[in-house]
Write a protein that binds this ligand. Sequence first.
Ligand SMILES: *Cc1c(COP(=O)(O)O)cnc(C)c1O
Length: 461
Amino acid sequence: MKKNISSIPKVDKVLSLSPVVSLLETHPRPTVLAAVRNVLAALRIDSLNGTLTAAVDENHLCGLIVKELESIVAPSLHPVVNGTGVVIHTNLGRSLLSKSACRQIQEVSERYSNLEMDMATGARGERYTHVESLLCELTGAEAAIVVNNNAAAVLLALSGMAAGKEVVVSRGELVEIGGSFRIPDVMRLSGGILKEVGTTNRTHLKDYQTAISEETALFLKVHTSNFSVVGFTAEVTIDQLVQCGKEKGIPVMADIGSGSLLDLSKYGITGEIPVQEYLKAGVDILTCSGDKMLGGPQAGIILGKRKIISILRKEQLLRALRIDKMTLAALEATLRLYRDERDAVAEIPTLRMLTVQPAVLKAKASSYIRRIRPKIPSPVTLTVVAGNSQVGGGSLPTLDLPTFLMAIAAEGWSPQQIDSAFRQCKTPVMGRINKGQYLLDLRTLQDADIPALVEAMEKLG
Ligand SMILES: *Cc1c(COP(=O)(O)O)cnc(C)c1O
């Protein structure tokens, strides 16, 4: 017990060591002090656990302090290499922004902007006008408003349309989206009263019809984004629900989650109904995310009838959910790319990664290996294997996209050890393990990741 604890120096002593003195010349004293204290505390714990096997050496100690200081001053939120093949990876930041979206964020952030100013009249304007006409042009909606994320969009829409009233939802659509978005909870928060109809696997039009009462404010259809019910199933189509709503005078809302603005079926991405189709079917209001299939920044998009959008514009809640100018800049730039489908698919990273063909990924694998191979230790082997990638972000959960991957192996390293070592690099590398192989999917690797990949693989030498 307490082995070597007496060899751990006091803080004052450490601060007088010459490598630490030079750190004090380039960093604020409290920052250096924090690094010293963290390192000494860790050594004390090692000593109490009996894992401090030798007396503390001053050089070693200073090395630890330099490393600790580096990690304290480095940004906590930083880039990661996504080799998982999951394109819309919620834990790794969902969609990457296009170059033009990044440029536009910088433009309006480094300088003042016309965020809420009508330049024609000099009067106060509305931030939402910067994307409203573009959204209407692209989708055919009458009106639009944008908020912080889709959870906020659903909350605002329910609160504005159904507070104190009943909202009819199929039991098959009471979904939970990762990160604790649950339809029944959002409903409660909005003040709407959930009126469940049908069963988990089967809901019929007559279930909606018989649920109608004086208290009914809305029919809500929710996209079952991240799961699929198979077997003996029945659901009411959006066309049927809209028809029924029209007959009974009840508005229809659709929370479609991902929100694809293009029909991607010609690229093999099937099963996602584009936003335009829902609006054409006649839904009164629709909500979707900005950073899933749309490939923009985190945002919630609300499209629909002018009468309803103007009610939502007046909601107090909107002020708390409002979109930031950087998000607005990125969203506008992303939407502009959709004016030409070729631009959208080529320049929006999410769409580019989803639609890239396997042959291109195979060539990319060979090219990456050619560039990486000469820079890494020879015991590391890199081979190309075929496999599948996923869309992610709670979109198209059953769709497998054929892809190519780099299998990485090294003498004396298990796939789990490689995974752990790669995750703890300065620029962490995230891959996956399948059938005893450590794999990086070329679909989600970026050219800018190559130096980080080399650095990670150097560890295996
Ligand atoms: C993802 C999703 C949400 C939540 O959207 P965020 O943009 O993450 O807030 C809500 N509803 C559905 C159906 C979804 O797929």
